[in-house]
Each structure stands twice: as C-alpha cells, then as structure tokens.
Design a binder for this molecule. Sequence first.
Ligand SMILES: Nc1ncnc2c1ncn2[C@@H]1O[C@H](COP(=O)(O)OP(=O)(O)OP(=O)(O)O)[C@@H](O)[C@H]1O
Ligand SMILES: [Mg+2]
Length: 221
Amino acid sequence: MLGIKNISKSFTQRGLVLDSLCLDLSKGDSIAIMGPSGSGKTTLMNIIGLLDKPDKGEIFFRGESIANFTDDESALYRRRNIGFVFQEHLLLPHLTVTENIILPLLAAKYSREEFTNKEQHLNDLLVKTGISELAAKHPFQISGGEAQRVALVRALANNPSILLADEPTGSLDAKNADVLGEILVQMNKEFGITLILATHSNDLAKKMSRILRLEDGKLAG
Ligand SMILES: Nc1ncnc2c1ncn2[C@@H]1O[C@H](COP(=O)(O)OP(=O)(O)OP(=O)(O)O)[C@@H](O)[C@H]1O
Ligand SMILES: [Mg+2]
C-alpha cells in the first residue's frame, strides 16, 4: 500500500539524515520505528505525511507516486488518508472534546448524510476509547492520558488508512501509556489502519507487529 523507495533528506546544519531509505508497508501493518534522538524518525514521519519533501526518492501510495504532489494535492492526500498523533495532544483549549474531534470533519466538507455517519463513527470511537463521558468537557478539565485519547479519536475522524504516531506516549505515565498502546493496537486490528509509530519506548514498540531501527539514515529490522 505504501512504498518508500530510496528516500534521502539532508538539512544544511546537520547533513544527511535519511540516506536512500526504503520501506514497504501493506494494509493493516503495524510498525515501530526506533532509534536514537536525532536519527531522523520525525523527519521520516513528516515525509510520509507529506508535511515535508524528500530531496531524492519516490513515495508510492496505492501505486501512485506522491512525493512530488503540489501543496493542494498534499493537503487532500493528508485529509483523506492520514491521521496524525503527536507527543502533545494539541487540542484547542476553547473547544470541548466533541468540538475538537469534529473539527477534521468540518474541514473535509462532507455532505450532510456523510457527516452524520462520520459523527456516529466518532461517538463509537469515544466509547471504544473509554472517554465518552468527557464529551462536553474542555481539554484543561481532563487528564493528559484522556486528552491523548481524544487526540487519537480526532486523528481517526476521517477514517485514515494510515495513522502516523510520533512519540504518542512520550508525555504519559506508564499506565496511561499502556492504555493508549492497547487502544492503538485495537484500532489497527479493528479498522485495518496501517500504523506507523516512532517511539523510544520498548513496551510500546513490542505491541507492534514489526520493529525497525533507524540508524545511519537507513531502516533495519
Ligand atoms: N526542519 C529542520 N531544519 C534543520 N534541521 C532539522 C530539521 N528537522 C530536523 N532536523 C535535524 O535532523 C535530525 C533528525 O531530526 P528528527 O527530528 O527527525 O530526529 P528524531 O529521530 O525524531 O529525534 P527524537 O527522538 O529526539 O524525536 C536532527 O539532527 C535535527 O536537528
Ligand atoms: Mg522525533
């Protein structure tokens, strides 16, 4: 489903970060990308999410070459296919939990019927992730672990085929990290979402079906 062929990326100050890196993923795969700080995990995730462009190489999504998409094409690809979860939940403080998770639906301009279906899907996700009773609360009224689950539900609003999670448990305690990890695995299994996560946590990485290490600009099993 996703093919990354010989991607290279360098930054002026740092030099080569990704060096002819290759990665092939099928629908429903779950992989953890591990590696030291500064090894390029976030850089790789940003390139897969088309938030950044590689200097060289190709990216294929369902057979289509996407690395040279225009900004508009990239935005559409992201909205339709990619969900993002970051270390910080990045919820908007002045909106309720419900309003925060509905925001991606508004951006995608669905018909009324599609919108209602997606809204129902979001309510199901709130139940599945154990936070449905928090729907009317604001981000500052809920715990960090709960907020990160809200961020995950928001990332799943548009039924993405790929979920990119960059250090999703980095700001959580062990218990909340474990809960979030289990929910990520459940979402991967239940919806067949391809899960790509970058993490320093061995416990989280072990929940994925493959662990890859990013070292010297390349991925190794
Ligand atoms: N936009 C940028 N401009 C310049 N240098 C950058 C930029 N983004 C990343 N870098 C550099 O590229 C290298 C890889 O950074 P990256 O954030 O991908 O590492 P990481 O593996 O995600 O690290 P961490 O585990 O700390 O999150 C670092 O040396 C970083 O300073
Ligand atoms: Mg990083």
